[in-house]
Design a protein around this ligand. Structure first.
Ligand SMILES: C[S@@+](CC[C@H](N)C(=O)[O-])C[C@H]1O[C@@H](n2cnc3c(N)ncnc32)[C@H](O)[C@@H]1O
Length: 232
Protein backbone atom coordinates (compact mmCIF):
# COMPACT_ATOMS: atom_id res chain seq x y z
CA UNK A 1 0.00 0.00 0.00
CA UNK A 2 1.34 3.48 -0.79
CA UNK A 3 2.01 6.05 1.92
CA UNK A 4 -0.75 8.60 2.52
CA UNK A 5 -0.08 12.05 1.00
CA UNK A 6 1.63 14.47 3.40
CA UNK A 7 -0.47 17.24 4.91
CA UNK A 8 1.08 20.52 3.89
CA UNK A 9 -0.19 22.04 7.15
CA UNK A 10 2.77 20.24 8.76
CA UNK A 11 5.21 22.06 6.51
CA UNK A 12 3.56 25.48 6.56
CA UNK A 13 6.23 27.07 8.73
CA UNK A 14 9.28 25.24 7.38
CA UNK A 15 8.19 24.65 3.77
CA UNK A 16 11.12 26.67 2.46
CA UNK A 17 13.78 24.76 4.42
CA UNK A 18 12.25 21.36 3.56
CA UNK A 19 12.33 22.33 -0.12
CA UNK A 20 15.89 23.68 0.07
CA UNK A 21 16.97 20.31 1.51
CA UNK A 22 16.30 18.81 -1.92
CA UNK A 23 17.07 21.54 -4.40
CA UNK A 24 20.35 22.57 -2.77
CA UNK A 25 22.04 19.73 -4.76
CA UNK A 26 21.56 21.97 -7.82
CA UNK A 27 23.61 24.70 -6.13
CA UNK A 28 20.62 27.03 -6.50
CA UNK A 29 17.90 28.20 -4.14
CA UNK A 30 14.13 28.13 -4.56
CA UNK A 31 14.10 31.76 -5.75
CA UNK A 32 16.22 30.81 -8.75
CA UNK A 33 13.63 28.25 -9.86
CA UNK A 34 10.57 30.37 -8.99
CA UNK A 35 11.93 33.38 -10.87
CA UNK A 36 13.05 31.20 -13.82
CA UNK A 37 9.63 29.59 -14.31
CA UNK A 38 7.90 32.95 -14.43
CA UNK A 39 10.57 34.50 -16.69
CA UNK A 40 10.00 31.71 -19.24
CA UNK A 41 6.25 32.27 -19.00
CA UNK A 42 6.64 36.04 -19.43
CA UNK A 43 8.53 35.55 -22.72
CA UNK A 44 5.77 33.32 -24.03
CA UNK A 45 3.04 35.77 -22.95
CA UNK A 46 4.88 38.68 -24.57
CA UNK A 47 5.13 36.72 -27.83
CA UNK A 48 1.34 36.24 -27.69
CA UNK A 49 0.70 39.87 -26.76
CA UNK A 50 -0.98 38.84 -23.52
CA UNK A 51 -0.65 40.73 -20.22
CA UNK A 52 -2.84 39.04 -17.60
CA UNK A 53 -4.64 41.29 -15.13
CA UNK A 54 -5.90 38.52 -12.85
CA UNK A 55 -3.55 35.62 -12.06
CA UNK A 56 -4.48 32.49 -10.13
CA UNK A 57 -1.80 30.40 -8.38
CA UNK A 58 -3.43 26.96 -8.10
CA UNK A 59 -1.80 25.19 -5.11
CA UNK A 60 -0.07 28.39 -4.01
CA UNK A 61 1.09 26.93 -0.68
CA UNK A 62 2.81 29.67 1.35
CA UNK A 63 2.57 32.04 -1.63
CA UNK A 64 6.25 31.85 -2.53
CA UNK A 65 5.60 32.63 -6.23
CA UNK A 66 3.53 35.75 -5.41
CA UNK A 67 6.37 38.33 -5.54
CA UNK A 68 7.52 37.01 -8.92
CA UNK A 69 4.04 37.37 -10.42
CA UNK A 70 3.92 41.03 -9.35
CA UNK A 71 7.55 41.71 -10.28
CA UNK A 72 7.47 40.11 -13.74
CA UNK A 73 3.86 39.95 -14.96
CA UNK A 74 2.51 43.11 -13.23
CA UNK A 75 -1.05 41.80 -12.71
CA UNK A 76 -3.69 43.79 -10.82
CA UNK A 77 -4.57 40.81 -8.65
CA UNK A 78 -3.12 37.48 -7.61
CA UNK A 79 -5.51 34.85 -6.25
CA UNK A 80 -3.87 31.94 -4.44
CA UNK A 81 -5.84 28.78 -3.74
CA UNK A 82 -4.71 25.75 -1.77
CA UNK A 83 -5.80 22.82 0.36
CA UNK A 84 -3.61 23.74 3.37
CA UNK A 85 -5.12 26.37 5.66
CA UNK A 86 -1.87 26.82 7.60
CA UNK A 87 0.11 27.46 4.40
CA UNK A 88 -2.51 30.01 3.34
CA UNK A 89 -2.16 31.76 6.70
CA UNK A 90 1.60 32.06 6.13
CA UNK A 91 0.89 33.50 2.67
CA UNK A 92 -1.60 36.07 4.03
CA UNK A 93 0.90 37.24 6.63
CA UNK A 94 3.72 37.50 4.07
CA UNK A 95 1.58 39.31 1.46
CA UNK A 96 -0.98 41.46 3.27
CA UNK A 97 -1.63 43.80 0.32
CA UNK A 98 -5.18 43.87 -1.05
CA UNK A 99 -4.03 42.88 -4.52
CA UNK A 100 -3.15 39.39 -3.22
CA UNK A 101 -5.73 37.06 -1.67
CA UNK A 102 -5.41 33.48 -0.50
CA UNK A 103 -8.26 30.99 -0.17
CA UNK A 104 -9.07 27.38 0.53
CA UNK A 105 -10.35 25.70 -2.65
CA UNK A 106 -13.83 25.39 -1.22
CA UNK A 107 -13.92 29.08 -0.25
CA UNK A 108 -13.10 30.37 -3.73
CA UNK A 109 -15.90 29.88 -6.23
CA UNK A 110 -14.57 29.63 -9.80
CA UNK A 111 -16.28 32.38 -11.79
CA UNK A 112 -14.47 32.88 -15.12
CA UNK A 113 -12.55 35.93 -13.86
CA UNK A 114 -8.94 34.73 -14.25
CA UNK A 115 -6.73 35.63 -17.25
CA UNK A 116 -3.84 33.33 -16.36
CA UNK A 117 -3.77 30.32 -14.05
CA UNK A 118 -0.44 28.93 -12.94
CA UNK A 119 0.53 25.88 -10.94
CA UNK A 120 3.85 24.48 -9.87
CA UNK A 121 4.56 21.16 -8.20
CA UNK A 122 0.94 20.59 -7.25
CA UNK A 123 -0.50 17.89 -9.50
CA UNK A 124 1.95 15.23 -8.32
CA UNK A 125 0.33 15.60 -4.88
CA UNK A 126 -3.23 15.26 -6.17
CA UNK A 127 -4.57 11.70 -6.07
CA UNK A 128 -4.97 10.32 -9.62
CA UNK A 129 -8.76 10.18 -9.41
CA UNK A 130 -8.98 13.85 -8.39
CA UNK A 131 -6.74 15.32 -11.09
CA UNK A 132 -9.48 15.77 -13.70
CA UNK A 133 -11.58 17.64 -11.12
CA UNK A 134 -8.63 19.93 -10.37
CA UNK A 135 -8.26 20.74 -14.08
CA UNK A 136 -11.98 21.47 -14.23
CA UNK A 137 -11.69 23.88 -11.26
CA UNK A 138 -8.96 25.78 -13.11
CA UNK A 139 -10.99 25.84 -16.34
CA UNK A 140 -14.05 27.25 -14.56
CA UNK A 141 -11.88 29.91 -12.89
CA UNK A 142 -10.51 31.10 -16.24
CA UNK A 143 -12.12 33.56 -18.62
CA UNK A 144 -12.97 31.99 -21.99
CA UNK A 145 -9.65 31.65 -23.84
CA UNK A 146 -7.71 32.18 -20.59
CA UNK A 147 -4.28 30.61 -20.24
CA UNK A 148 -3.03 27.90 -17.91
CA UNK A 149 0.71 27.45 -17.27
CA UNK A 150 1.16 23.98 -15.83
CA UNK A 151 4.60 23.37 -14.23
CA UNK A 152 5.72 20.01 -12.94
CA UNK A 153 8.83 18.02 -12.09
CA UNK A 154 9.85 15.82 -15.00
CA UNK A 155 9.99 12.08 -14.20
CA UNK A 156 12.03 11.52 -17.40
CA UNK A 157 14.99 13.32 -15.78
CA UNK A 158 17.00 11.21 -13.28
CA UNK A 159 18.01 14.27 -11.29
CA UNK A 160 14.33 14.93 -10.56
CA UNK A 161 14.01 11.57 -8.81
CA UNK A 162 17.11 12.26 -6.72
CA UNK A 163 16.00 15.74 -5.71
CA UNK A 164 12.44 14.64 -4.88
CA UNK A 165 13.73 11.74 -2.79
CA UNK A 166 15.48 14.30 -0.56
CA UNK A 167 12.35 16.39 0.09
CA UNK A 168 10.13 14.88 2.78
CA UNK A 169 6.83 16.03 1.24
CA UNK A 170 7.83 15.00 -2.31
CA UNK A 171 9.22 11.54 -1.62
CA UNK A 172 5.98 9.63 -2.25
CA UNK A 173 4.40 11.97 -4.77
CA UNK A 174 3.01 10.39 -7.96
CA UNK A 175 4.99 12.15 -10.67
CA UNK A 176 3.33 13.14 -13.89
CA UNK A 177 5.12 12.95 -17.25
CA UNK A 178 4.70 15.45 -20.09
CA UNK A 179 2.47 13.11 -22.17
CA UNK A 180 0.29 12.38 -19.10
CA UNK A 181 -0.05 16.08 -18.34
CA UNK A 182 -0.90 16.87 -21.96
CA UNK A 183 -3.60 14.18 -21.96
CA UNK A 184 -5.06 15.52 -18.71
CA UNK A 185 -5.21 19.07 -20.06
CA UNK A 186 -6.70 18.02 -23.40
CA UNK A 187 -9.30 15.82 -21.68
CA UNK A 188 -10.23 18.88 -19.59
CA UNK A 189 -10.93 20.91 -22.71
CA UNK A 190 -7.61 22.80 -22.90
CA UNK A 191 -5.67 23.37 -26.09
CA UNK A 192 -1.95 22.73 -25.56
CA UNK A 193 -0.03 25.66 -27.07
CA UNK A 194 3.53 24.96 -26.08
CA UNK A 195 5.69 22.68 -23.91
CA UNK A 196 9.05 23.79 -22.57
CA UNK A 197 11.62 21.81 -20.60
CA UNK A 198 13.41 23.87 -17.97
CA UNK A 199 16.48 23.77 -15.73
CA UNK A 200 18.92 21.32 -17.28
CA UNK A 201 22.16 22.46 -15.67
CA UNK A 202 23.14 22.85 -12.00
CA UNK A 203 25.04 25.92 -10.84
CA UNK A 204 28.38 24.13 -11.23
CA UNK A 205 27.66 23.83 -14.99
CA UNK A 206 26.07 27.25 -15.36
CA UNK A 207 28.35 28.11 -18.29
CA UNK A 208 26.17 25.64 -20.25
CA UNK A 209 22.89 27.40 -19.41
CA UNK A 210 22.83 29.42 -22.64
CA UNK A 211 22.04 26.03 -24.24
CA UNK A 212 18.87 25.63 -22.18
CA UNK A 213 16.66 27.52 -24.63
CA UNK A 214 17.83 25.22 -27.45
CA UNK A 215 17.07 22.17 -25.24
CA UNK A 216 13.64 23.44 -24.18
CA UNK A 217 11.85 21.42 -26.83
CA UNK A 218 13.35 18.09 -25.64
CA UNK A 219 11.33 16.41 -22.88
CA UNK A 220 14.34 15.99 -20.58
CA UNK A 221 14.77 19.02 -18.29
CA UNK A 222 14.28 18.68 -14.54
CA UNK A 223 11.00 20.58 -14.87
CA UNK A 224 8.58 21.39 -17.63
CA UNK A 225 6.00 24.07 -18.29
CA UNK A 226 2.97 23.44 -20.49
CA UNK A 227 1.15 26.51 -21.71
CA UNK A 228 -2.45 25.77 -22.57
CA UNK A 229 -5.60 27.70 -23.42
CA UNK A 230 -9.13 27.26 -22.13
CA UNK A 231 -11.92 26.98 -24.69
CA UNK A 232 -13.32 30.28 -25.88
C1 LIG B 1 5.21 21.32 -3.35
S1 LIG B 1 3.95 22.41 -2.81
C2 LIG B 1 4.03 23.65 -4.07
C3 LIG B 1 3.61 24.99 -3.57
C4 LIG B 1 3.80 26.13 -4.56
N1 LIG B 1 3.03 25.91 -5.77
C5 LIG B 1 5.26 26.34 -4.88
O1 LIG B 1 5.65 26.28 -6.05
O2 LIG B 1 6.03 26.60 -3.95
C6 LIG B 1 2.48 21.53 -3.23
C7 LIG B 1 1.19 22.26 -2.89
O3 LIG B 1 0.10 21.45 -3.33
C8 LIG B 1 -0.93 21.50 -2.35
N2 LIG B 1 -1.72 20.26 -2.42
C9 LIG B 1 -1.46 19.09 -1.81
N3 LIG B 1 -2.43 18.20 -2.07
C10 LIG B 1 -3.30 18.82 -2.89
C11 LIG B 1 -4.53 18.42 -3.51
N4 LIG B 1 -5.03 17.18 -3.35
N5 LIG B 1 -5.16 19.31 -4.28
C12 LIG B 1 -4.65 20.54 -4.47
N6 LIG B 1 -3.49 20.98 -3.88
C13 LIG B 1 -2.84 20.13 -3.11
C14 LIG B 1 -0.19 21.63 -1.04
O4 LIG B 1 -0.97 22.15 0.01
C15 LIG B 1 1.01 22.50 -1.42
O5 LIG B 1 0.78 23.86 -1.16
Amino acid sequence: MSEPEPSFDEYATDYASALEQGISVSGENKEYFARGRIAVLKKRLDAMGRSPRVVMDYGCGTGSATPYFFETLHPERVIGVDISSKSLQVARTAFPQRSASFHLFEDYKPCAEVDLAFCNGVFHHIPLKERAGAIDYVRRSLKPGGLFAFCENNPWNLGTHFVMSRIPFDRDAIKISIPEARRLLIAGGFEVLDVKSLFYFPRSLRFLRPLESALASLPLGTQYQILSRAPS
